[in-house]
Design a protein around this ligand. Structure first.
Ligand SMILES: [Zn+2]
Length: 160
């Protein structure tokens, strides 16, 4: 699965105060990709575990970022969970000035993708296709960090 000799799963992941469904269990219309979904779960649980292996998360992030569908599923999953937690998507995730005031400080790309999620606009595919791998990597990193942060801090995560 990865270049490392270990895996991260829901069963082995460290306990958090709350537990959200893994990315593989969120719904994305279109082509299904179980192997890609398993990769997303690995990245999420590696984040939850705060994996110290220098090759683990970076390799997983590279692989997710190389796949537009995987990145989109991950960001959608994070936006969906965040919307459930806050009763809507907080402006701290889409507005540049508001985001800058948070500890989380999401990337420009993540904010743009979150705004698209919020607007459910017809330009969704265009926005994703316009992102380079480095931007998708940032957004994927933000997505898993966001959900892990909510698992620990709940609604305080954006306002700690
Ligand atoms: Zn690891």
């Amino acid at each position: 699965m990865t270049s490392t000799d270990h895996v991260h799963t829901a069963e082995t992941a460290r306990q958090r105060q709350r537990t959200f469904v893994p990315p593989s269990e969120s719904y994305l219309p279109g082509v299904q990709d179980p192997a890609g979904d398993a990769l997303l779960d690995q990245l999420f649980y590696a984040t939850v575990d705060e994996c110290p292996d220098p090759k683990c998360r970076p390799v997983l992030l590279d692989r997710v970022a190389g796949d537009v569908r995987a990145t989109r599923k991950l960001v959608n999953w994070a936006c969906w969970i965040t919307s459930e937690v806050y009763g809507g998507l907080p402006e701290e995730l889409v507005d540049e000035a508001a985001a800058a005031d948070t500890v989380f400080c999401p990337s420009t790309t993540f904010r743009r993708l979150a705004a698209e999620y919020h607007n459910q606009g017809p330009s969704f595919d265009v926005v994703y296709d316009a992102c380079g791998a480095a931007q998708r990597r940032e957004a994927a990193d933000n997505a898993v960090a966001l959900v892990d942060g909510l698992q620990v801090w709940w609604t305080d995560f954006l306002y700690q």
